[in-house]
Design a protein around this ligand. Structure first.
Ligand code: CP
Ligand code: NVA
Length: 315
């Protein structure tokens, strides 16, 4: 169903946000409509204590600027509070299992948790043994909060999603995986353009293709042609060692003005940030009038507030 025909009900059946594999188009639309409402309220200085007195545990074992800021300020704006638990603060860094951590957190009246870590299995373990909703704030495999907020940004920019082409260039990483799932489920055409050795994982591509139009190519012209959104991410994700070999393999996939010109006239440039200017994208593109990266960054606040509200406000 096209998003414009959907009437939001302000609830979703999902208990957690682990990876979007099991999210339906309507679950995603619920998040997008609430994001729109919360952004509007924010713009007009309207208070909305939808998570009054709720406590969000924030377990972050890798760095973050946007995701952390969006969850911390977001939960405050919703009337709740957060407890930030970095790797050094947690006994997990000394070998305590996620199983035991989940059972302990369950005894302290936590209303929800966001976790940013490397292993997807840690996020799933926390959800399995905890008694609270778990939100994936990025793993090596997926970044569902980013993809939801990006799809919102695309909807807000163009007024619809159905048939819009998103062309992603570069490393077939966590960002690409989640964009394929979210884009395919919301009726977009998603094209990932990478060298074969850095293409997204086949099982995720196969899964995403069950829901919609997903193309994988190493032809940059084919990918850019008629694209409405040109998207890229860093060549080296957190925890990955820089190698000359990967840098050379990905260099031809840099988003530059040639790629932007091959896209639609009104195409936008997106990047989840942080960016390495001059590596995966040229300065001329990231600073061009096509670039909507800071709108995109702001929308993480609104989208993450929507995710928290729909998952935590179920009592
Ligand atoms: N896009 C994003 O998740 O940014 P941070 O790593 O700064 O949170
Ligand atoms: N792919 C990047 C995204 C950062 C928001 C990383 O995992 O480091």
């Amino acid at each position: 169903m096209d998003i414009s025909l959907y009437k939001p009900k302000r609830r979703i059946k999902q208990k957690h946000l682990l990876h979007l594999k099991d999210y339906s188009a309507t679950d995603i639309y619920e998040i997008l409509y609430l994001t729109q409402k919360l952004k509007n309220a924010f713009r007009h200085g309207k208070k909305h204590r939808l998570l009054k007195n709720n406590t969000l545990a924030m377990i972050f074992s890798t760095p973050s600027t946007r995701t952390r800021l969006a969850f911390e300020t977001g939960i405050q704006q919703l009337g709740g509070r957060s407890i930030f638990l970095s790797d050094e603060d947690m006994q997990c860094s000394r070998g305590e299992s996620m199983h035991d951590t989940a059972l302990v957190l369950s005894r302290y009246g936590i209303d929800g948790a966001v976790i940013r870590t490397h292993a997807q299995s840690d996020v799933e373990e926390l959800a399995k043994y905890g008694n609270f909703p778990v939100i994936n704030g990025l793993t090596d495999s997926f970044d569902p909060c980013q993809a939801l907020s990006d799809i919102f940004t695309i909807w807000e920019t163009f007024g619809h999603l159905e048939g819009k082409k998103l062309a992603y260039f570069g490393d077939g990483n966590n960002t690409a995986n989640s964009l394929m799932l979210a884009g395919a489920k919301t009726g977009m055409k998603v094209c990932v353009c990478s060298p074969k050795e850095y293409a997204p994982a086949e099982d995720i591509v196969t899964l995403a293709r069950n829901f919609g139009d997903v193309t994988i190519t190493n032809d940059t012209e084919e990918a850019a042609a008629d694209a409405d959104v040109i998207y890229t991410d860093v060549f080296f994700s957190m925890g990955q060692k820089r190698t000359a070999e990967k840098e050379a393999a990905l260099a031809p996939y840099q988003v530059n003005s040639k790629i932007l010109h091959a896209a639609q006239k009104d195409a936008v440039f997106m990047h989840c940030l942080p960016a390495r200017r001059g590596e995966e994208v040229t300065e001329s593109v990231i600073d061009s009038t096509h670039s909507i990266i800071f709108e995109q960054a702001e929308n993480k606040l609104h989208a993450q507030k929507a995710v928290m509200t729909l998952l935590m406000n179920k009592k």
